[in-house]
Ligand binder design. Structure first.
Ligand SMILES: NC(=O)c1ccc[n+]([C@@H]2O[C@H](COP(=O)([O-])OP(=O)(O)OC[C@H]3O[C@@H](n4cnc5c(N)ncnc54)[C@H](OP(=O)(O)O)[C@@H]3O)[C@@H](O)[C@H]2O)c1
Length: 202
């Protein structure tokens, strides 16, 4: 089995790569600095990346940024860059990646816990994460040959909490978060949202 992981060198991506490799997947890494690079903020780059990769069983996107800012400070630049990266960027991955999926192949996009448990200053992240769910719901109606698309909503990772100088408890490690992605791949479902065990919405 083959999988493309976009954001493969990131905090979440590294865990996903290790999880998939432990399950026997051959993983193709995609990010801005990979051998064949992909910048999800740039439509042409996403198009070209998928022209150069063959058919795979899974495409996972764990890349894209959105602004941390109170609504009063959401200027046009922050709004547009958040929408273009974490939202449109992942939609591009689905659009251009779809043709590279084998029969019954699956796409997983990454939102995050702010979809269901926002903090102050996360309104646009919340909106983007929820928007991904809507996209998966609609796109599912057009998927053929058993192809599927899902969304993962990880909580804050302990590695990220540590980098931010926050307590690492109660947050899960990347290796634990990665299991929600393999659970999604093995589920046979489409349009569904996947959470890390123990971090589901209350
Ligand atoms: N970490 C958390 O606690 C957490 C929790 C919930 C959700 N999330 C979401 O999960 C995603 C990944 O987060 P992360 O913390 O793992 O990020 P990260 O550690 O900063 O890693 C980002 C990864 O994506 C790549 N990347 C960055 N921008 C890209 C672009 N425009 N096009 C293609 N690849 C790009 C990076 O490599 P290059 O620099 O080489 O491109 C790297 O491989 C983000 O959308 C984030 O909002 C994170």
């Amino acid at each position: 089995m083959k999988a493309i992981v976009i954001g493969a060198t990131g905090t979440i991506g590294k865990g996903i790569v290790a999880e998939l490799e432990s399950k026997g997947y051959e993983v193709i890494s995609g990010h801005r600095n990979s051998l064949v690079s992909i910048d999800i903020d740039n439509p042409e780059s996403v198009h070209d990346f998928f022209e150069s990769t063959g058919k795979v069983d899974a495409i996972i996107c764990a890349a894209g940024s959105a602004a941390f800012a109170p609504v009063s400070e959401l200027d046009e630049e922050k709004i547009q860059s958040s929408l273009n990266s974490k939202f449109a960027g992942q939609l591009r991955v689905a659009k251009y990646g779809m043709k590279n999926l084998k029969e019954n192949g699956a796409i997983i996009l990454t939102g995050g816990m702010f979809a269901y448990a926002p903090w102050p200053s996360t309104s646009i992240i919340s909106a983007v994460n929820k928007g991904l769910e809507g996209f998966a719901l609609g796109a599912t109606l057009e998927m053929e040959d058993g192809k599927r698309i899902m969304v993962a909503h990880p909580p804050l990772l302990s590695e990220t909490a540590e980098k931010m100088g926050m307590p690492t408890d109660p947050w899960p490690k990347s290796s634990e978060v990665a299991k929600s992605y393999s659970k999604a791949l093995e589920s046979g479902k489409s349009a569904d949202v996947f959470y890390v065990d123990g971090y589901e919405p209350k």
